[in-house]
Design a protein around this ligand. Structure first.
Ligand code: DGY
Length: 340
């Protein structure tokens, strides 16, 4: 037997970095063909515990706050066969370094599309209708009907710009179109241009999208190309009445530039489900900004979706441990496991 071949003298060990949603947790606890070593808390395993646990693991189920970087890869033991992340995005995984070790990577595309698109619409509406200011007013005992007060904007006749027309981008456009959106433009990869046709979405360059869109939704994965994509220049080219919604990854938007743009009235409102870092420090000015709405990365946080994600991650982990095809494997040809 080669030194890389796991010994059969013990069941495979599956390390799980946090508690799973109830139904998936029950399934995990009922598994008999693996030994589950789980950090039994909602928050993920402390870093040192993760690095230690990797030495003896056959499989890992992790979440997007677990950095599977060069240091973690160094800590991989010889038995590790699969890293299964409970997320569609895998920017927290050093894919090349993991795959160089012969370890497969699973992710959870598809099952979170609807929930994340719902959250994108929620944020777009909150931004357009100034919900943050209105809530503050009501909670402060103010408000009531004021004819010329708290006036937002509506979607009827407006142009929607989607950066990244993947699954979530498409589902977002499909949800917003019935609000009376007059035009949908998209920028980013044209790999799935056929998705644009039923939505009547036109491909434009990013500068053009930023110039014409009233609602800009960021739905693309975080990559080397998209990190910092929405910086000073991009924000300056948006309409002063435009709203920016980010449900993808915080690092796509430069937060200092966003703060400047909001302060200077260069855009009307930003609504972020994702930030960099996560969470933002409590004193961060974007949290208090009247024209910035921040949610704590709840894009996919429904019972149904988080259970489906965790179940898919279990499927991927078991398939990886047992050397079977995964439901969604990063790096497979085709769109199956793409991070959108
Ligand atoms: C993901 O799965 O990448 C999402 O960000 C979770 O909401």
């Amino acid at each position: 037997m080669s030194s890389n071949t796991p010994s059969l003298s013990r069941p495979p060990v599956l390390v799980v970095t946090c508690q799973l949603p109830a139904l998936a947790q029950q399934r995990l606890e009922a598994l008999t063909d693996v030994e589950v070593r789980q950090h039994g808390s909602l928050q993920s395993m402390p870093r040192a515990a993760l690095l230690g646990a990797l030495a003896d693991a056959d499989g890992l189920i992790c979440v997007l706050s677990d950095r599977i970087d060069a240091e973690a890869v160094q800590a991989f033991g010889p038995r590790l066969r699969v890293v299964s992340t409970v997320s569609v995005g895998y920017d927290h995984v050093d894919v090349a370094a993991v795959q160089r070790r012969g370890v497969r990577i699973g992710n959870t595309p598809g099952v979170l599309t609807d929930a994340t698109a719902d959250t994108t619409v929620l944020l777009a509406l909150m931004a357009a209708r100034r919900a943050k200011q209105a809530l503050a007013l009501a909670e402060g005992g103010g408000g009531g009907f004021v004819l010329a007060g708290e006036l937002g904007s509506q979607f009827t006749g407006k142009a929607l710009g989607i950066i990244g027309l993947g699954r979530i981008g498409c589902a977002t456009a499909a949800r917003l179109l019935p609000f009376g959106i007059a035009r949908v433009v998209y920028a980013g990869s044209r790999a799935h241009a056929e998705r644009a046709t039923p939505l009547g979405a036109e491909y434009v360059t990013l500068p053009e999208l930023l110039r014409v869109a009233d609602i800009v939704c960021i739905c693309c994965p975080l990559t080397e190309q998209t990190a910092g994509l929405i910086g000073r220049g991009a924000l300056a080219s948006m309409k002063p009445s435009a709203i920016l919604v980010n449900t993808a990854r915080g690092a796509i938007v430069c937060h200092d530039a966003l703060l400047e743009a909001l302060d200077a009235g260069r855009i009307a409102h930003a609504a972020l489900d994702v930030t960099d870092p996560e969470p933002l420090p409590v004193e961060h000015p974007l949290l208090r900004h009247p024209r910035c709405t921040v949610l704590p990365h709840i894009g996919s946080a429904t019972e149904e979706t988080r259970s489906a994600m965790a179940n898919l991650a279990i499927d991927n982990a078991l398939a990886g441990i047992q050397g079977r095809p995964m439901v969604a494997e990063v790096g497979e040809p085709g769109p199956k496991a793409s991070a959108d």
